[in-house]
Design a protein around this ligand. Sequence first.
Ligand SMILES: [Zn+2]
Length: 473
Amino acid sequence: MPKSALSPLRVATIVAFCASIPLGSQQSTAISAPADVTMGLKRDPALAAAIAEISAAQIRATDSVLVSFGTRHTMSDTTSNARGIGAARRYLFNKLTGYSKACGGCLRVEYDPALMEMRGHPQRPMVNVVNVIAWLPGRDTSRVVVMGGHHDSCICSRSDLGPLARFEATQDAPGADDDGSGTSAVVELARVFSKHFPKGLETSIIFVAYSGEEEGLYGSTHLAQRLHGAGYKVVAAFTDDIVGNVVAEDGAVDSTTVRIFGAEPDNGPSRELARYAWATGTIYNPSFHILPVFRLDRISRGGDHSPYVSLGDAGLRFTERLENYKRQHLPTDDFAHVNFGYVANVARTNASVVGSLAAAPAPPVALARRDQASGGSKWSLTWNSVPSAASYEVLFRRTYSPTYEKVYPVATGTSFLLPDQLDDGWAAVRAVSADGHRSLASTVPPPCPTLATRADSVAAGDLIRNCIRAPGR
Ligand SMILES: [Zn+2]
């Protein structure tokens, strides 16, 4: 195909918005979405078969056991097998180990402990914060996709307990939604991926049940730093956190939409990950809607994706569309109010993006320069060659378009003369494998890297002459 031709995805010159998405609700909060958000990504039948096996009953069974431990507070009992976070983590470890046995040992299940000081506690105790991890090694073990939820719980909103409610570790804190729902979804993904892909995919996948989230993202901070310290490239880090409530306090209902939170900047990796997840979710689970939210998290809230985002990785949060604040961080966050059909749909959406990314090549690193031959009105894009890529694609969108509107295939070579005026839009480059899996896209111009040392500047090379500097830097 000649470079100037557009792929069939072309929706560029028409701002086409489809009809509002129906909510499972008596409320009529209409959401409009662009006509085509799939960015030219393709459906993989093997991944679709795995997604079809995701079971609401399995997720429900896991959550019911987690809730049965009474409390899973990070500082709760670790010796009992019936109550507390020790019982919960051993249950998760054993469950994941059972999946590994069923796939011939394909998962590497481990406890990931870290002794951490509880900030804000009057005695500042050191607490053993223990994540439970199952690795599904890929062909390229240097790159990892991290899919997590947090298994600790709290009753930190019990105002009658005063400022130490955060550290109340003995009374019941069921955490059925927060975050029994997300943890149970991640366990189900581990079951289905280990069964369908026992030899792994291109990239390693880490399924993780974090601890210490409620006291300050301790477990995820530890794992993000551990992975960086060991030299892994974190392709993406997802958290499922509160993914099972469908009824808000005011009676509004939405059982057909999940929110995804993708942090700034608009040309950064988390935002690209949000676009990618929007596309894969729409392709593989089209009746379940995605509401992309282009910010790190809900206002004044946090989650286990953010330690990765802080380290420059692509991070994304999945959260129910409607929260019920009368059932958060309270004894009322009970099993009866989790909708497991909804959680299963969130898990299907998770699987679509985790599976697509893990099967894809690494993204290229791309640069854009004004093309002198055209008097500077056109831009030349160049990128590095990616080992497992068979070809590349260049994407383009206007700055006000939430996702890409054009796809230009590049069959050979690692450069492209962009016909669109880049000053008015964003372009991106992605790698395509021989079997059609697409990497995350690398935006051009990219955000400027943080340069602390002379070595950073040298490593950044051409990038610092072609990046977009954040205002004020
Ligand atoms: Zn949570």
